[in-house]
Design a protein around this ligand. Sequence first.
Ligand SMILES: [Zn+2]
Length: 305
Amino acid sequence: MNKDSLYSSDSLPPLNIYRGRFAPSPSGPLHFGSLVSALASYLDAKANHGVWLVRMEDIDPPREMAGAADTILKQLERHGLYWDDAVLYQSQRSKAYQSVLEKLKQTGQIYPCQCSRQQLKEHQGIHNYRCELFDQTAPFALRLSAKKPCQMTFHDIFQSNQQQDIQQEVGDMVLYRKDQLFAYQLAVVVDDAFQQITHVIRGSDLLSSTPRQIYLQQQLKLPTPEYGHIPVAVNPNGQKLSKQNHAKSIDDNTAEQNLATAIRWLGLPLPASHTFTNCDELLTWGISHWQRSKIPKMQEKVASN
Ligand SMILES: [Zn+2]
């Protein structure tokens, strides 16, 4: 497979233009935490005269909610967060993911695995060895061999220098799941390259995934975007606001208020002296006052999931 086939058409602008993205999974409507992520990626893109794209990460049907993809898009629009190109749906990208797996198979970098959770527990959850197929007829996952050692470092826009030893802390990542679905890590890397993303601004819950995504980019000879992770919003119990934790959907009837709260959450104090009447005004103010240095630092270091 030719590397160039990972990229999209010639109609896209040249690579020196900032290209950011928001990539929700349609497991439920937007909650406050996902609105903050969307807003941060939008403001960073627009403050840098870039384009902002939306990608629907709908490759995990068991975790998805019917209608959630459309709801999310409507919620973004209600908050004035308009994207600059067609929404990319990962459910329509299987051929691209499959061709990458074929390439890695040809170079001997992936191997089949049928290990159970129990077997993984015996290795502290880290699968960093080649295993044997137990049952030739049963489904298997595909794992990417991590080099030994495999120390990855990168500079995070908001959280400074990060490092992780993939081999020790993550092991051989799954690119294709035993339940016959493409893994998130594969899809996100292939599509960031396809959409020519130059900056990934997202929640810090994905910080520990970034070194392995960079590793996979390197194996596929794909460019590495710049990464910036914003601290995730937590509930009063200190849990991350997520659909898994039953975070409440944002109320579209209070879009201006939601946006104002999210802007303040990103370290930008809205002036009390000015009344903002709509989302566009709030976003315009946010773009002109966006400062990366205002994003709170996290204490957390990169660790495996
Ligand atoms: Zn295994």
